[in-house]
Design a protein around this ligand. Structure first.
Ligand SMILES: CC(C)(COP(=O)(O)OP(=O)(O)OC[C@H]1O[C@@H](n2cnc3c(N)ncnc32)[C@H](O)[C@@H]1OP(=O)(O)O)[C@@H](O)C(=O)NCCC(=O)NCCS
Length: 168
């Protein structure tokens, strides 16, 4: 049987909150040197929503957590007051390069669209990810700094449904 990748709001799978907090802390904790894992636990607890931002999704492969993403408001005041930000895109190391990242971002776009948004943005501190996001039709729109001196790059995507073309 083919492995099945499924996406759930973390609110429906709270038993995986600790795993997500651990991934988050290990991957991005260095941005705030004094940060504890409790910071990440609190972050994901705030995101236990299903129908409004902030919201976190967990990706399950055969029932086991392999990745996560969040859709949040512009809490860092990057100039996108009405646009959801794709945040914490993460695939467990042993499951990378198998298409899960692309599938997760596609699902995030779908969720944002179903919530009524027509655009979505993100920033990344990984220059190497330019290729990843470009390959899934995100546009690089600028660069900046995060928490002092970390270089970041901004990406945006229009997710408005395509207009239905009618025969003339
Ligand atoms: C970025 C990340 C989510 C990608 O997940 P993934 O499941 O490996 O991605 P996919 O398998 O869908 O890869 C899609 C494409 O992007 C490429 N790619 C993936 N990660 C890449 C990286 N770090 N650098 C360059 N290219 C990358 C893949 O080679 C693949 O290219 P292909 O379609 O030409 O083969 C994963 O590497 C990760 O969790 N990284 C650590 C956290 C992180 O940096 N998150 C992004 C925050 S903005």
């Amino acid at each position: 049987m083919a492995p099945e990748l499924e996406f759930y709001p973390l609110a429906d799978k709270p038993e995986f909150l600790e795993q997500l907090a651990t991934w988050n802390h290990n991957q991005w904790g260095y941005f705030r040197p004094n940060e504890t894992i409790q910071f990440s636990r609190n972050l994901f607890t705030e995101r236990l929503n299903r129908d409004h931002l902030p919201i976190t999704y967990v990706a399950l492969l055969n029932g086991q957590p392999v990745g996560m993403f969040s859709l949040i408001t512009d809490i860092y005041e990057m100039g996108y007051p009405n646009t959801p930000m794709l945040n914490n895109v993460y695939v467990d190391k042993q499951h990378r390069k198998k298409g899960i990242g692309k599938a997760m971002v596609a699902h995030a776009e779908q969720v944002a669209s179903e919530l009524g948004f027509e655009n979505i943005f993100l920033f990344t501190g990984e220059k190497s990810l330019n290729k990843f996001y470009k390959s899934i039709q995100w546009e690089k729109t600028g660069s900046g700094k995060f928490l002092g001196d970390h270089d970041i790059w901004f990406f945006e995507k229009n997710i408005a449904p395509a207009p239905i073309s009618r025969p003339r």
